[in-house]
Design a protein around this ligand. Structure first.
Ligand code: GSH
Length: 304
């Protein structure tokens, strides 16, 4: 079976969520480093208009959003607790909150001169400018209510205090990690490790928990080019489809897009609906047919 290929970039928190999950499960995987903002011409043949990062690929199957990516890692590693739908409603609600509202608060509270300098060092002045312009545009089109830096800082402080209370065991919901740990980790990783803000000084349990997750590392990773990833998709057929719920849109051309921010759609033929994900067959001359998997939670589907 093909290995997982993760299309990602170093400073991306959601990529870090998946990188640490791959470290925890001891997977070997391949990385394609993409730019911090579109255009991403080597990703478009695989994920069409979808503009968020990371995107994972296994052969000619493409997984958009960390909800479908973690489901694959859960399956490959035999750790069902890494897939959202295998957890209690309490865990699922927690993940939804940390992956959206808390994540955005972490990003907004980290912004400032220090982060900008780091971005320029990682990219270039021109790319840093393009990055800021892109994120301002993305914010304008977002359906999520924005928060001021002051509100964001208060939200992060509340979140850290809440985690400090929750952490009576090694991980948030028990003695071993589940998806909630990786979701709560990546936003704080951005605040602490990327923006280097000291938000954990009164939170010894959160600091120790962060350290435990950091210690998982990223597993065994080999960097490949975007072109090589496209060759893998081109040389492979999508895997057999799962059994599907009845859905009047099967066989139709559909547009599927996130319903929060970065709402650029994927267009293709709906080929399966397993109750958790939709699978859209998409054709591109560089890869032939790929099957794109998106979660039903947080996405909307429209017939074209
Ligand atoms: N719900 C998505 C969120 C992904 C997300 O917001 N990723 C950020 C980077 S960490 C992003 O795509 N930013 C815009 C970009 O990189 O173009 C997921 O779980 O994968």
């Amino acid at each position: 079976m093909s290995e997982l290929i993760l299309h990602q970039y170093a400073m991306s928190p959601f990529s870090e969520k998946i990188r640490t999950m791959l470290g925890y499960t001891g997977q070997s995987w391949k990385a394609v480093t993409v730019r911090e903002m579109p255009p991403r011409p080597d990703l478009e043949p695989l994920a069409d208009g979808y503009r968020k990062i990371p995107v994972a690929q296994i052969g000619a199957d493409v997984f958009c959003d960390t909800r479908t990516i973690s489901r694959e890692i859960a399956r490959m590693s035999g750790k069902p607790e890494l897939a959202l739908e295998n957890n209690s409603q309490e865990v699922q609600d927690f993940v939804r909150e940390v992956d959206l509202q808390i994540f955005l608060a972490c990003i907004v509270s980290s912004s400032g001169g220090g982060l900008l300098i780091k971005l320029i060092r990682n990219t270039s002045i021109i790319d840093a400018y393009k990055f800021l312009k892109d994120r301002i545009e993305m914010g304008k089109k977002s359906k999520v209510r924005s928060v001021s830096p002051k509100q964001a800082k208060a939200r992060v402080a509340e979140h850290v205090a809440d985690l400090e209370k929750r952490l009576t065991r090694d991980f948030l919901f028990g003695d071993k990690p589940c998806i909630a740990d990786f979701s709560a980790y990546h936003g704080l990783w951005f605040v602490c490790d990327v923006a280097e803000k000291d938000v954990l000084k009164n939170a010894p349990r959160v600091s120790a928990w962060m350290e435990r997750i950091r210690a998982f590392g990223h597993g065994s990773v080999e960097e490949i080019s975007g072109d090589q990833a496209l060759e893998v998709a081109h040389a492979t057929l999508p895997r057999p489809l799962p059994s599907s719920n009845a859905n009047g849109s099967i066989g139709q051309t559909v547009r599927v897009a996130p319903d929060d921010y970065g709402r650029e759609p994927i267009t293709g033929t709906l080929v399966a609906d397993d109750g958790t994900s939709w699978i859209i067959a998409h054709e591109h001359p560089r890869v032939g047919t790929v099957n794109i998997h998106v979660p039903q939670q947080g996405f909307s589907l429209k017939d074209r």
